[in-house]
Design a protein around this ligand. Structure first.
Ligand SMILES: NC(=O)c1ccc[n+]([C@@H]2O[C@H](COP(=O)([O-])OP(=O)(O)OC[C@H]3O[C@@H](n4cnc5c(N)ncnc54)[C@H](O)[C@@H]3O)[C@@H](O)[C@H]2O)c1
Length: 319
């Protein structure tokens, strides 16, 4: 079975590539290396350094004839999408439509899409939020992801394309870059290791910061394998269903660093504080029940184990 994965040199995509390669899939990557890194590339995968908005994408389909398309390439920054909505739409919407058209033309068996549960639902009273909640995206990034989902549904209804959409909560783990959709673990860790004082954003009345559902990247990679091998179609939250506030997360990181022998400045025991930026959701916790019941996927890493694994990577080996 051959899979073409876009964004396979990025943070999540590279773990998905590793998981496919470990399972014996033949893996082809399309990545323009705008945020992805060559050192993330699995040595058994073939890389085409191509932009997903470029016409030459067709040549890759023509040459490789993949069975599955797994689409992770994207403009991933929410603030950048606010400043540059046209660029965001070009990469995220136009890029996805191109992939869907090529999937139609080349008879792709299944299309898997990395969507966002962290951003797409907006502020909602349904906590934890299930897939039943009607999305109320509040940023161009979340709007573009929802538009992609709708295009995928169109290709499914109209052309019978098999698909699975995975709405990730806040993904963290080795190889994460600090400026993505949900980079707070990477931001805190990198700042603390370079002896800078991290900032915690909070609403005036909620001093512990925003509450998020942190899911470890290897669990996310496994969800992609199960999605590839499942007979189901549909939209699935990939999350833990458990919320952690930013202060608690900060304390877990400083504690784990100290346990690993890293000196943390006394002044850094508490983070610096700043008011939340417009658009920062107060709470985002996603209900993973549907993925548990239909994909037989459940997060195996709790936040403590996930942070230990992530910090090991920062401290002992960045591969
Ligand atoms: N990080 C999270 O918590 C999170 C949450 C929900 C959804 N997602 C989604 O998961 C996917 C991967 O995110 P990530 O955090 O690994 O980000 P990332 O920036 O590490 O990975 C994105 C990859 O896509 C590549 N890319 C970007 N634009 C491209 C283009 N035009 N053509 C070809 N390649 C391009 C980049 O070089 C990079 O390798 C994205 O679709 C993102 O929206 C991430």
């Amino acid at each position: 079975m051959k899979v073409l994965i876009t964004g396979g040199c990025g943070f999540i995509g590279s773990h998905v590539v590793d998981a496919y390669a470990d399972k014996g899939y033949e893996v082809v990557i399309v990545d323009n290396l705008s945020t992805g890194k060559l050192k993330n590339k699995n040595r058994n995968a073939r890389l085409y350094k191509i932009d997903i908005t470029d016409d030459s994408l067709k040549d890759v389909f023509e040459k490789e004839r993949p069975d599955i398309v797994n689409h992770h390439a994207a403009q991933i920054s929410v603030p950048y999408s606010v400043e540059n909505p046209l660029f965001d739409a070009k990469v995220n919407i136009e890029g996805t439509i191109r992939l869907l058209e090529l999937s139609r033309i080349y008879g792709i068996k299944k299309f898997i899409f990395a969507s966002t549960g962290g951003a797409i639902y907006g502020e909602t009273d349904m906590i934890p939020t299930s897939e039943q909640c009607v999305p109320e995206p509040r940023s161009p990034y979340a709007i573009s992801k929802l538009a992609c989902e709708k295009y995928i549904l169109f290709y499914s209804y109209h052309y019978g394309l098999e698909f699975i959409i995975l709405r990730y909560s806040n993904v963290y783990g080795p190889r994460q870059i600090p400026h993505g959709e949900a980079g707070v673990v990477a931001i805190f860790t990198e700042k603390l290791l370079s002896k800078e004082h991290p900032v915690l954003y909070h609403y005036p009345e909620e001093k512990n910061g925003m509450i998020r559902d942190y899911v470890y990247v290897r669990d996310v990679a496994r969800a992609n394998i199960l999605a590839s091998e499942s007979e189901k179609r549909g939209i699935f939250n990939i999350s833990t269903g458990i919320g952690t506030d930013t202060l608690k997360l900060y304390k877990k990181i400083t504690k784990t660093l100290k346990e690993s022998g890293v000196e943390v400045d006394e002044e850094f025991e508490e983070p610096k504080r700043a008011f939340a930026r417009p658009g920062d959701l107060r709470v985002s916790i996603l209900d993973p029940t549907k993925a548990e019941q239909e994909l037989f996927w459940r997060a195996e890493y709790d936040i403590d184990k996930g942070i230990r694994e992530t910090l090991k990577w920062y401290l002992y080996g960045k591969n």
